[in-house]
Design a protein around this ligand. Structure first.
Ligand code: AMP
Ligand code: GLY
Length: 368
């Protein structure tokens, strides 16, 4: 962290935008601002909205924010009793950061008990056990300067690794925007009942939230419920948001840091965007690194397509995969269907036998 601060000072960086949650929670924003460097993102104290699921649930309870029924536990037997009362499926969540892998939606009693035992195996572990909500998920993004809220747009990601939204959760296998379930009425309800009360509560406790706030929602019969907060853009949701943003991003982020959100008027494209994550075979479990990817130049020529690299490296003129989620093949289109068609046309031009992707990104929107 000290080296990042030194780097920003040496290069006279005007604004540092902190992307991932770990450095935010570790206090990178605080460190940069202490050193006189402007940074966008919540302080460590405000990043608790992502760092502690239990904190968020208590904040919801105290402020009447709609969310799943829950209790916090440190002791497995009590957790199992409560989970048993909730019935199946039931959701077990590690309290702290787990890179999108700390949530188990248990379908059976064995899975439920195993998840509880595993997540409470250390003395200082804490979990949240919560009711399973049946609905449709969507993500709403806002900018906040600590007081005001400027809604961005919504997106829907696909967290499960396999088609049909099956298999273990991942960081996200694809996303698209707009998402039909986030109507303007639903967005307004989410802002009024969930996001604004949260921003107000954070300010009232002396830890104002500044930065991008990502509200993971479950929409049940038109009523938004909070599933979780992330204190950053989503990955791969950010990719589709950026494809639709017509205004200048740096201006927007600077105005947020300067607490001048009211001066901003963001413009968004009416076009849809969709991104397909190409991941190394084996992800989200064990996977090999170092395989070669070919065909990107051809793929990038497909109309409306932009390929974002998540984990690649150039070695001796070759493009090498260096992580789990490796490429985001992203396309714009007049409709989600057109963006879908273009993205997969590009995917099919990529020659990477060691990789895979879901073929059904956007299926809910395509069905609608
Ligand atoms: P989280 O990290 O809290 O977003 O949880 C990861 C995923 O688990 C979510 O995107 C949902 O698909 C699922 N999930 C979490 N909590 C619930 C819940 N209460 N009801 C249904 N699904 C949930
Ligand atoms: N795509 C989910 C996340 O960024 O947390």
């Amino acid at each position: 962290m000290d080296r990042l601060v030194e780097f920003a000072q040496a290069r006279r960086i005007d604004l540092v935008v902190i992307g991932p949650e770990a450095p935010l929670v570790a206090g990178l924003w605080d460190g940069l601002e202490r050193a006189g460097i402007k940074a966008l993102g919540p302080s460590a104290a405000a990043a608790v909205l992502e760092a502690s699921k239990g904190f968020v649930k208590d904040l919801c309870a105290a402020n009447n924010i709609p969310t799943a029924a829950y209790k916090r536990f440190r002791e497995p037997d009590a957790a199992k009793r409560f989970a048993y009362e909730l019935g199946l499926p039931v959701v077990v969540k590690a309290d702290g950061l787990a890179a999108g892998k700390g949530v188990v939606v248990a379908e059976t009693a064995a899975e439920r008990d195993q998840a509880i035992d595993l997540m409470l195996s250390d003395a200082d572990d804490e979990i949240v056990v919560e009711e399973f909500l049946h609905g449709e998920e969507a993500s709403l993004f806002v900018l906040s300067d600590g007081k005001q809220v400027l809604p961005l747009i919504g997106a829907q990601d696909h967290k499960r690794v396999y088609e049909g939204d099956r298999g273990p959760n991942t960081g996200g296998m694809g996303a698209y925007s707009p998402t039909p379930v986030l109507t303007s009425t639903v967005v307004d309800k989410a802002l009024d009942r969930i996001v604004r009360p949260t921003i107000a509560a954070m300010a009232a406790r002396g830890t104002p939230y500044m930065g991008v706030l990502y509200a993971g929602l479950m929409i049940i019969d038109g009523e938004p419920n909070l599933i979780e907060y992330n204190c950053r853009f989503g990955d791969p949701e950010c990719q589709v948001l950026m494809m639709r943003l017509k205004s200048d991003l740096a201006t927007a982020l600077t105005a947020t840091r300067e607490r001048q959100l009211d001066t901003l008027d963001l413009r968004w494209s009416d076009e849809a965007a969709l991104t397909v994550v190409m991941a190394a075979k084996g992800y989200p479990g064990q996977y090999p690194k170092g395989s070669e990817i070919r065909g990107l130049d051809e793929a990038a020529k497909v109309e409306g397509v932009q390929i974002f690299h998540a984990a690649t490296e150039r070695r001796n003129g070759k493009l090498i995969a260096t992580g789990g989620r490796v490429l985001n093949v992203t396309a714009r289109g007049k409709t989600v269907a057109e963006a879908h068609q273009r993205a997969y046309q590009a995917v099919d031009l990529i020659d990477w036998p060691e990789g895979f992707c879901r073929r059904d990104i956007g299926w809910r929107a395509l069905r609608a």
